[in-house]
Design a binder for this molecule. Structure first.
Ligand code: PMP
Ligand code: GLN
Length: 416
């Protein structure tokens, strides 16, 4: 199979044959070379440099963190929670995570041996993969995927095995998924609710995946960071609650999205003891520990009453409906409203742009509207035409986006 790693090894061998000397070594590792720049982060950097931008790009809530959390963080700093914590996370925070896992996810987890606090869900994903995947192992990834998954798998030397979520409904084909499992499959990465499509996997879909995991002795790593953002009365289902899956699932989540604190860098992994022991070793050497005062304030976050979540869901659902309406009017198509997350993933192919990068640039530079171009959610050489809108935004931003999308649509009509 073609890979940069193979190519580099072959070029080296060829250079050695011709010159008798090894080819001069790249100062950059093969691992780093296969990581591409992120369009999400491109957008984030440009937004901070260009004046007057309306930002529906990088997925971060525009809302301030709840005052009670800000007060808790300040109080934690003033109370001198400022040195390294227990590297697995303060025990009192792990207790709070165990309470939330039981109450919301229906998963019993021992905070002493099964819960690890990490620097965001991002680190939990890396640590989990590094702890379980050997070079050459295959990792099944649904495509489109959250852009980090490709580099996450590359970093541990795994081989991504993509299974399509088919547009426009973003569901997988059972035969295609079954065919992706084999003796080399070590992990399947699941993300529900799903970034970028907004899909929430159903019990039937998860059961089908679970049966394959059991059949092939495969570990499920499930990224549930948007677990509270599910709409129209849907319920989030954690893979670890399915029969036979508790012992073969690492559940990953975090506080970034739910509490509008993406900068606090608090995430966690909930895993059976044997996996926890391994991922804690990786975590200790990757980052040592998550920020101490934020961990203490995180306990207040996890003890928020149920009404907090209900209000958040109602607010996001309303924003979702508004962005869906205006995106549709401007010619960005989608088959169904997002079932969860705070993203709308659209098909703009009828708008006549060569690809999503070109449309993304047009929206950004000519209309001052930041979005994310779909290509970063697909394998590097895929041909794509999708635009993602993030709607975790204020009424004012959504209204500004509406005006810009209407101006875009009018410009398109005039240009015809
Ligand atoms: N998983 C998904 C699907 C995401 O969209 C994100 C983006 N925040 C993350 C993980 C990383 O979250 P964190 O801020 O906790 O690192
Ligand atoms: N998860 C967020 C997004 O999808 C932001 C994280 C990132 O910068 N990749 O936009």
């Amino acid at each position: 199979m073609f890979s940069l790693k193979n190519l580099s090894a072959r070029l080296n061998a060829l250079a050695q044959c011709i010159t008798g000397k090894p080819r001069s070594r790249s100062p950059i590792s093969d691992r780093a070379l296969i990581i591409r720049d992120s369009n999400i982060r491109d957008a984030a950097r440009l937004v901070s440099q260009l004046p007057g931008i309306t930002n529906l790009g990088q997925g971060l809530p525009e809302y301030p963190a709840p005052q009670i959390l800000k007060d808790a963080a300040v109080a934690a700093i003033n109370a001198d929670w400022n040195q390294y914590s227990n590297t697995w996370g303060y025990p009192q925070l792990r207790e709070a995570i165990a309470g939330k896992m039981k109450h919301y996810n229906g998963v019993d987890a021992d905070p002493e041996t099964e819960i690890t606090v990490t620097v965001g869900a991002s680190e939990a994903l890396n640590a989990s993969l590094l702890a379980t995947v050997n070079p050459g192992d295959e990792v099944i990834i649904f495509e489109p995927f959250y852009e980090n998954y490709h580099p996450n798998v590359a970093i541990c030397g795994g081989t991504p095995r993509y299974v399509k979520l088919h547009s426009p409904t973003w569901t997988f084909d059972r035969k295609e998924l079954a065919a992706a499992f084999n003796k080399r499959t070590r992990v399947i990465l699941i993300n529900t609710p799903h970034n970028p499509t907004g899909r929430v996997f159903t019990m039937e879909e998860l059961s089908f995946i679970a049966d394959l995991c059991k059949k092939w002795d495969v570990l499920a790593i499930t990224d549930e960071i948007y677990e509270y953002m599910v709409y129209d009365g849907r319920k989030h289902i954690s893979m670890a609650t399915l029969p036979g899956m508790r012992d073969r699932t690492i559940t990953i989540s975090g506080l970034s999205k739910t509490f509008s604190i993406t900068g606090w860098r608090l995430g966690y992994a909930v895993a059976p003891e044997k996996y926890t022991r391994a991922l804690r070793k990786v975590h200790d050497y990757l980052t040592l520990a998550a920020p101490s005062p934020m961990q203490i304030a995180g306990i207040t976050a996890l003890n928020m009453p149920d009404e907090f979540y209900a209000e958040m869901v109602a607010k996001y659902q309303q924003m979702r409906d508004q962005i869906c309406q205006v995106a549709q009017e401007a010619g960005f198509e989608f088959a169904q409203k997002p079932e969860g997350t705070y993203y709308l993933f659209t098909d703009p192919s009828k708008l006549g742009f060569e690809n999503d990068r070109k449309l993304w640039e047009h929206l950004l530079y000519d209309h001052k509207l930041a979005t994310v171009a779909g290509y970063c959610f697909f394998r590097p050489d895929a041909k794509t035409n999708h635009i993602r809108f993030c709607y975790a935004k204020s009424e004012k931003t959504i209204n500004a986006a509406k005006e810009k999308l209407i101006a875009f649509r009018d410009g398109q009509i005039e240009g015809q």
